[in-house]
Design a protein around this ligand. Structure first.
Ligand SMILES: NC(=O)c1ccc[n+]([C@@H]2O[C@H](COP(=O)([O-])OP(=O)(O)OC[C@H]3O[C@@H](n4cnc5c(N)ncnc54)[C@H](O)[C@@H]3O)[C@@H](O)[C@H]2O)c1
Ligand SMILES: O=C(O)C[C@H](O)C(=O)O
Ligand SMILES: [Mg+2]
Length: 626
């Protein structure tokens, strides 16, 4: 312990602060000279907020009591569960012992968690160097700080948690959020990624431990979009968890209560949105990994009033569309043939429905952009969820999935019925594309892939988009070995290309929303658009689709390699800005007034984007007194 003299000369500003907090502070705080027994005397410190958490002398991590958190402006900077020192030590030991159990996510990298720890420590020590390393070796380290390892990190977060990163708004903070946002030290925040941890990748409800996802997404914002790391903020909205294991786990870092539902839930998210937009009116909020039932509702609730989007619904949709258009081109056909594709989608959650809606709209646009085109486009899709093929005969169909429920008579004519299995559907439909967003690893079984051999396409496409690795609907090895080298293959998590012998390679594309969300966020920021419009999202998707050359696409490469992520993000951001200008939404940015922005050519916009991106270079520092 640090020993401070009993007689301390308090500066006038400190005195003011102490008085301000006198209601929650122990009364003895102001009078440390009195007869307080040794050990229970408070230690006077001249720091607040994050400065305390980053100081090894004073930091107590999750052991800060609620009154201390209030007194020291720490509220929101720590996970909500206040822990005893004993529990803290237990958490530490769990992590230490895990070294004995080989930490792994799939067969690809048994050392993934250890690498994450080392990178995380670097992140805590030196942000510039961390991002320099990440950018220099993005192929190697994106799978560590992002998908798939980030999933493993969230699953083990109570042991891995060291220095808090980001903010926590919990159900217990209702009524406080407007002031809590001021505990965050940055005057300017450009990008927030927020989650409620209710559907983390395909791993289900991980409660407060889902904060890892928001951190991983923002790492890509910095690395790919060049958002200044001092202006990003990962956020966890902790409304409880329905994960029974976590509810019983004494080492869980979040609120140990069931999730709030209905209006109670919405009121927490509403308060969070009001609070962050009141402090940072120009911030962009990306919603991430909210369970479907809230993903759509919240998107509808906020999208016309706040600068926000949902990555799982809208980012994924754009990436899938780009890949599907690539699959059409890979057959040597023009993109305009897209409305002829027969598409079977496994999974009707936030991601699946997002893709279906966007694909239907894209087809309708190509067919004349009218009601009839929109109506006829939906007949190109067959949607299979946990209960099989969705038809109008089903007793209850989620309203978001309802437009894609097949007509029973029509489906009977195709030899199918309500609830038909995926393999039956593939056998009867003989689709051009089989797309998985089901979170069920191995769903594209040998039988399903065998059935796809009868596809009427000259080059069937398989998109096994679920994350992380073990949730992929199939591996590229399985797909190429059964269907041969001619297919187009994409997966949400990274896999290696497959050696097919005799110098032939089965290319494995990574169909992940990481190719769009950084550019959507950056383009919105630099255009100063008040909202993220459908047109801006469409422009982003089209830009990604057009990014791949004819030669690449014919070779089965429909997405760029991750080594080009900064370049594609710059292009996507420029496309988003141009669309915002076109729609008269661009209100400019401190670096570029709206009227100047409107005068720029495409090349100049690209240059503006490039120049606005933060690079991990050490600035020269000089000291100046406050
Ligand atoms: N690659 C990407 O960029 C990307 C983007 C978003 C989501 N995802 C992944 O997509 C998956 C789903 O995400 P979500 O938000 O839609 O989840 P969700 O839980 O909302 O939806 C899952 C859907 O799969 C269905 N399903 C379950 N078992 C099934 C089965 N046996 N056969 C067919 N369907 C079945 C469910 O009924 C539900 O409709 C997750 O693994 C997530 O990681 C990937
Ligand atoms: O996080 C990812 O890798 C993609 C996507 O947002 C997901 O939820 O799976
Ligand atoms: Mg997600």
């Amino acid at each position: 312990m640090v020993n401070f003299p009993n007689q301390i000369r308090l500066s006038s500003s400190l005195l003011r602060r102490l008085k301000r907090h006198a209601t929650s502070a122990s009364p003895s705080l102001l009078f440390t000279r009195s007869f307080t027994p040794e050990g229970s005397r408070p230690t006077i410190i001249h720091k607040r907020s994050l400065d305390i958490l980053h100081d090894p002398w004073f930091n107590k991590g999750t052991a800060f009591s609620m009154t201390e958190r209030d007194r020291l402006d720490l509220r929101g900077l720590l996970p909500p569960n206040v822990m005893s020192t004993e529990l803290q030590i237990e958490r530490f030991m769990v992590d230490l012992k895990r070294l004995e159990v080989q930490a792994r996510d799939g067969p690809s990298d048994p050392n993934a968690l250890a690498k994450w720890r080392i990178l995380n420590r670097l992140h805590d020590r030196n942000e510039t160097m961390y991002y320099k390393v990440l950018l220099a070796k993005i192929e190697e380290y994106a799978p560590i700080v992002y998908t798939p390892t980030v999933g493993l990190v969230c699953q083990n977060y109570s042991g891995l948690f060291r220095r808090p990163r980001g903010m926590y708004f919990s159900a217990e903070d209702r009524g406080e959020m407007m002031s809590m946002v001021y505990n965050w030290p940055a005057e300017q925040v450009d990008m927030i990624v927020v989650t409620d941890g209710s559907r983390v990748l395909g791993l289900g409800d991980l409660g407060v431990h889902g904060i890892g996802i928001a951190i991983g997404k923002l790492d890509l914002y910095v690395a790919a979009a060049g958002i200044n790391p001092q202006r990003v903020l990962p956020v966890m909205i902790d409304v409880g968890t329905n994960n029974e294991k976590l509810l019983k786990d004494p080492l869980y870092l979040g609120l140990q209560q069931h999730r709030l539902e209905g209006d109670d839930y919405i009121s927490v998210v509403d308060e969070f949105m009001e609070a962050v937009f009141s402090r940072w009116p120009h911030v962009i909020v990306q919603f991430e990994d909210f369970q479907s039932k809230w993903a759509f509702k919240l998107l509808q609730r906020y999208r016309s009033t706040y600068r926000m989007f949902n990555d799982d619904v809208q980012g994924t949709a754009g990436v899938a569309i780009a890949g599907l258009l690539g699959a059409v081109r890979a057959q040597g056909r023009p993109m305009i043939d897209f409305p002829k594709m027969k598409i079977v989608v496994a999974g009707a959650g936030s991601a699946g429905i997002g893709v279906l809606n966007a694909a239907r709209k894209t087809m309708a646009r190509m067919l004349g952009n009218n009601e009839i085109a929109f109506e006829s486009a939906k007949s190109q899709f067959w949607v299979v969820d946990a209960m099989g093929l969705i038809t109008e005969a089903r007793e209850y169909v989620d309203p978001d999935a309802l437009p894609f429920a097949r007509n029973v008579k029509e489906i009977n004519r195709q030899g199918l019925r309500e609830g038909a299995s995926l393999v039956e559907v593939v056998k009867q439909v003989k689709p051009d594309v089989l797309l998985g967003l089901s979170a069920v690893g191995g769903l594209f079984s040998k039988e399903v892939l065998e059935a796809l051999k009868d596809s009427t396409s000259t080059r069937p496409a398989i998109f096994a988009m679920s994350n992380p690795t073990k949730n992929a609907e199939c591996t590229p090895e399985e797909a190429f070995s059964i269907l041969g080298e001619n297919i187009i293959f994409a997966s949400g998590s990274p896999f290696k290309d497959v050696d097919l012998g005799n110098g032939r390679i089965g290319h494995c594309n990574q169909g992940n929303n990481m190719y769009l969300f950084p550019g959507i966020g950056l383009g919105t920021l630099l255009s100063g658009s008040k909202i993220v419009s459908d047109g801006m999202l469409q422009a982003a998707a089209e830009c990604l689709a057009a990014y791949m050359s004819e030669e690449e696409v014919l070779n089965g490469i429909v997405y760029p390699p991750i080594s080009r992520i900064r370049d594609i993000t710059q292009e996507v951001a420029a496309a988003v800005i141009m669309e915002a200008i076109e729609e008269d939404l661009a209100e400019g940015h401190p670096n570029m007034e709206a009227k100047e922005l409107r005068k720029l050519s495409k090349e100049e916009i690209l240059e503006y984007v490039k120049k606005s991106m933060w690079n991990p270079d050490y600035p020269t520092l000089v000291y100046m007194e406050d």
